[in-house]
Write a protein that binds this ligand. Structure first.
Ligand code: GDP
Ligand code: CA
Length: 330
């Protein structure tokens, strides 16, 4: 049986995983999920990327949106707002709240996030083993100019910089202001969650889905030991570009790439991961012209359709990634 490890963020990772589970129904798939997006709200621990994977594979996702629960209502948020309690910019629905209440209760009772995630997955049965990258608290922060925070005029001298939580940057500010740096706070002392390093060591193939290379895959790789384990596993590592035609497919990943000094092109993202980590890279057919550049950087590259329009197209992407892995292995 083929063992596949996937480093996943939220929407891009989850949609790809749905294609992978249908393309490789017999494979044993372990997903190492990004927890750098986690945020504490109303005393609750919210894990947006883990939940997006869990809901998507478990059949509970809001399909159009790509995150959050299907058939959601927002009574709790309205009631909180009536008390003047925010933040109003982070939309948690009533059904979603239940997940965060259960998670927070279990963490309060002493369970690590990995055990909590396993318990939540007993309801959702995602068909993969979902592991948080770490049980330790890691929260991605983004460094911006203080002057760009509307509630805080720069004042005398101005020109300062401030780190804000990734969700505040992404959701409240919609990444509308430049980011100067992305810092996974807490990552330097975090340990990979139980099972993470073993899954990598036992994997036949490692895949990077078309997730955000900086704040999803990059954050997972920032947990000490994970990057090294992948590089040393000696198995094919194949990624799929989230950048198509020099732009992110959805969202504002270009802002995050700019913050780490990487161009928004499929080839630049491959080189950012580097040939020390990546053996194979898929770019979209429209980026066929960049295949030679990627190969010149020592990474085997193919151009195939990479838009996850429907389950069939997405499964074909997963098959292409597995085929490239076999080519690399041969
Ligand atoms: P997030 O945590 O919800 O932001 O999700 P991920 O990090 O897993 O994925 C976000 C990335 O997915 C974005 O950078 C998008 O460019 C990429 N993405 C979304 N849909 C598609 C698609 O259909 N094809 C490709 N190639 N990339 C996609
Ligand atoms: Ca995310």
């Amino acid at each position: 049986m083929q063992r596949i490890v996937v480093l996943a963020g939220g929407v891009g990772g989850a949609r790809f995983l749905r294609g992978l589970t249908s393309a490789a129904p017999e494979a044993e798939i372990t997903v190492i999920g990004n927890t750098g997006d986690d945020i504490h709200l109303y005393g609750l621990k919210v894990c947006p990327d883990l939940d997006t994977v869990m809901y998507t594979l478990g059949g509970g996702i809001n399909e159009e949106q790509g995150w959050g629960r299907a058939e959601e209502t927002f009574s709790v948020r309205e009631e909180l707002a009536a008390y003047g309690v925010g933040p109003g910019w982070f939309g948690l629905g009533d059904r979603d709240f239940a997940t965060h209440i259960v998670r927070t209760q279990m963490i309060g009772a002493g369970y690590p996030l990995s055990a909590v995630t396993e318990a939540l997955c007993q309801r959702w049965r995602p068909g993969v083993r979902l592991l948080p990258m770490t049980d330790d608290r890691v929260e991605t922060h983004v460094l911006i100019d203080t002057a760009d925070l509307d509630e805080e005029p720069a004042g005398e001298g101005g020109g300062g910089r401030r780190a804000i939580h990734f969700q505040e940057y992404w959701v409240r500010l919609r990444a509308s202001v430049p980011a100067h740096a992305v810092v996974p706070v807490g990552a330097d002392t975090a340990k990979p969650a139980p099972g993470v390093l073993d899954a990598i060591a036992e994997a036949d193939t490692v895949l990077f889905p078309p997730s955000n290379p900086v704040v999803s895959v990059g954050t997972i790789l920032s947990v000490p030991g994970v990057r090294e384990a992948i590089a040393e596993a000696g198995v094919p590592v194949v990624g799929l570009s989230p950048i198509v035609g020099d732009a992110p497919v959805h969202g504002m990943a270009d802002r995050m790439l700019a913050a780490v000094g990487v161009e928004t092109t499929a080839a630049a993202v491959a080189q950012h991961y580097g040939s020390g980590l990546l053996d194979g890279w898929l770019v979209d057919s429209v980026d066929e012209g960049s295949v030679a550049d990627v190969e010149a950087a020592g990474i085997r590259c193919r151009a195939v359709p990479l838009m996850m329009r429907d389950p069939e197209t997405t499964a074909a992407m997963a098959r292409a990634a597995l085929e490239l892995a076999e080519e690399v292995r041969a």
